[in-house]
Design a protein around this ligand. Structure first.
Ligand SMILES: [Zn+2]
Length: 113
């Protein structure tokens, strides 16, 4: 199977120093027929970035952004569910009703409301 990094290499530059990436430092995070997500470490400046390449009617479009995630962290966290607005709202409601200290948040005993 063809290495996706080789195919995409001409599209990918370091967002920090604009150099072309060395494909040895490319980690494929996710790929389907239309889009690819990569984690890259720049051999020139050492910056890590996440690069998303999508294929559309206008051809390939790439978007790179700098990250402080290393390769392992990127593969661990990529695709995980983000905190939803429902999560934020339920936390907000919890804190509105809560008047104890931090130890009261711990599930030592459950009280009925
Ligand atoms: Zn660079």
């Amino acid at each position: 199977m063809e290495n996706p990094a080789d195919r995409l290499k001409p599209l990918i530059n370091c967002p920090s120093c604009q150099k072309k990436y060395d494909p040895k430092r490319v980690l494929l995070l996710a790929e389907d027929s239309k889009k690819t997500a990569l984690h890259l470490e720049c051999t020139a400046c050492g910056a890590s970035s996440l690069v998303f390449v999508s294929l559309g009617r206008m051809g390939a479009v790439s978007l790179g952004m700098l990250t402080d995630l290393d390769r392992e962290e990127a593969s661990r966290f990529y695709g995980r569910e983000a905190v939803s607005s429902d999560d934020a709202l339920s936390m907000h409601r919890f804190l509105m009703d809560f008047h104890g200290g931090a130890s009261g948040c711990l599930p030592q005993e459950r009280r009925k409301r």
